[in-house]
Design a protein around this ligand. Sequence first.
Ligand SMILES: [Zn+2]
Length: 179
Amino acid sequence: MIKETTNNIYTAKITEEIKTKSTLKYLGIQKQPLDNPHPIYKFTGPNPFEVLKAQIKARILTGTYILQENLQKFNQHDIDTTCELCHSEPEDRNHFILTCKKLEDRRQKHLQKLTNLVPALQERPALLLQCILDQSHEDLTGLVPADEETMSQIEQHSRDMLYDLHRARTSYQKLNTQN
Ligand SMILES: [Zn+2]
């Protein structure tokens, strides 16, 4: 009874909060958050490396992973939001995950695996991005299979993908600061 009330209060609060914060727009709302771990952490197992990858994914999902676009929000000075890797577009999550040309090699094999698993995501970049960030979001209901095996594989591929992109971005940044 208390648990149910707490779940309801939590869900109501977080729903309100998500509506007002653009950084949280990709975050799905868990129905019974006290009983159900978020898919990001549900399928990692005890392997510390998988947990690390899940943590990076969680930061990207909640907007606490610093891209050029949110760097501006945390800084009192004007910051150029242009991607420092390709210099062609503002670096937001869509750019980093799906369109930055400099990261194309790293993303392709993962995207292939994801769209093989969920063909409905091909040619639908907004939903593909949503699935990579949080497959439990309501926008994907009925589109993405909800059986545990598929969910676990989606989680594995998206976790690997975001970690690879993160690694590639970090090494580009190091190169830039050395030059
Ligand atoms: Zn770029």
